[in-house]
Design a binder for this molecule. Structure first.
Ligand code: FAD
Length: 333
């Protein structure tokens, strides 16, 4: 598979990059690590006329603490995140998620920005052009059919990014810049929930930073994904949990977010309703897991049956809640 022709843009400053995004709006795509956009271009699923690298924008590359928050430049690699002592101690689940992406050679290039802003996937669409030629165009390819759910009027492609669910559980925010304006939004608002167009980032916007506030008091986090191989596999289902405890030793905040459960990360609101105000026993954990296994919109468009993945969302939920509780008990922050 060969790359289609494109013009390569290499801005040296953020200002220049924002100008280029404005000038070539709609025709330009950003390339950070390139581990998603390049395969998509090779498969004919992305056809930008211009590819603009963020590789020379030094301001997008650092990870630092500023008072009570951690600022992660969008071009920070997943390897740097997985190995950062700051992330490994204060945001353990984020390090676990970063470490679970693909394999070391990919993580050396893959960035956190590119990971969060990856497209949704479907076993019937993320294939070569030759394979797709044999199928009627699906909703996402401009057609009117869904090969995963026969008769469906919408796209069932799934968001399978590993890092966004745990970032959402920590309440992380994203800084998006375009020529002349800036906005900061919760990571959860980057997603539309629509498989055909899953991201709410404008065509001329650049994600520059991810902001994580340091949680107060005692807290724990955990991330786990279902995969058959121990590396180079997108999550077939995933769960991310963040729990904090108050001075009375009971849960004061509980956020559970599912991955690979639909076109966007899925926040399980019942986790907070059930867990806050107590130190959960198996009974409460099982109750949350019941809700989690019904929360997603999973179709048969990945390398495991939807029914199995749904069941596993419940299992992963139990494991992540227990993992976060264990983190609270063992961590001396
Ligand atoms: C073999 C293989 C296995 C993989 N396994 C996994 C996996 O297990 N889990 C997983 O989550 N992913 C997986 N991936 C996907 C990919 O590697 C990761 O999502 C990676 O983190 C993408 O980062 P990147 O910097 O390479 O993104 P790129 O490919 O450079 O970009 C991805 C998308 O984000 C946009 N983008 C990038 N940076 C910005 C920015 N600053 N502002 C605005 N838009 C931006 C790009 O335009 C593009 O649309 C895998 C990929 C491969 C090839």
């Amino acid at each position: 598979m060969r790359l289609p022709p494109f013009i390569y843009l290499e801005p040296k400053t953020l200002d220049d990059a924002l100008k280029m995004m404005d000038e070539y709006r709609g025709k330009v795509k950003i390339i950070a690590g390139g581990t998603e956009i390049v395969p998509l271009m090779k498969e004919g699923l992305a056809k930008p006329s211009y590819l603009m690298t963020t590789g020379r924008l030094m301001g997008l590359k650092n990870l630092k603490q500023e008072k009570n928050r951690i600022i992660i430049g969008a071009s920070t690699t997943l390897r740097e995140i997985a190995m950062s002592p700051l992330i490994c101690s204060a945001f353990k689940g984020v390090a676990q998620a970063a470490r679970s992406v693909a394999a070391p050679p990919v993580r050396n290039h893959a960035t956190i920005g590119g990971n969060v802003l990856q497209n949704t996937r479907c076993l019937f669409r993320n294939q070569s052009e030759l394979f797709r030629e044999g199928l009627e165009p699906c909703h996402k390819s401009g057609g009117k059919t869904c090969h995963a759910v026969k008769g469906a009027r919408r796209c069932f492609s799934a968001y399978q990014g590993d890092v966004a669910p745990i970032l959402i559980s920590f309440g992380a925010r994203a800084k998006l810049e375009r020529k002349g304006s800036t906005r900061i939004v919760p990571i959860s608002e980057l997603f539309t929930g629509v498989g055909k167009g899953p991201l709410s980032v404008e065509e001329d916007e650049i994600l520059t930073k991810i902001i994580l506030d340091l949680p107060k008091g005692k807290y724990g986090s955990f991330y786990e994904k279902l995969r058959f191989r121990s590396s180079i596999e997108y999550p077939l289902a995933a769960a991310a949990a963040f729990l904090s405890v108050g001075e009375n030793g009971k849960i004061s905040t509980a956020r559970l977010v599912l991955g690979a459960a639909g076109p966007a990360p899925v926040v399980v609101k019942q986790a907070s309703d059930i867990l806050v105000g107590l130190w959960p026993t198996d009974r409460e954990i099982n109750a949350v897991s019941e809700f989690a296994s019904k929360a997603g919109r999973i179709a048969d468009n990945r390398s495991a049956p939807a029914s199995y993945c749904r069941k596993m969302l419940g299992v992963l939920t139990r494991r992540t809640i227990r993992g976060a509780l264990n983190d609270i008990e063992t961590e001396k922050r």
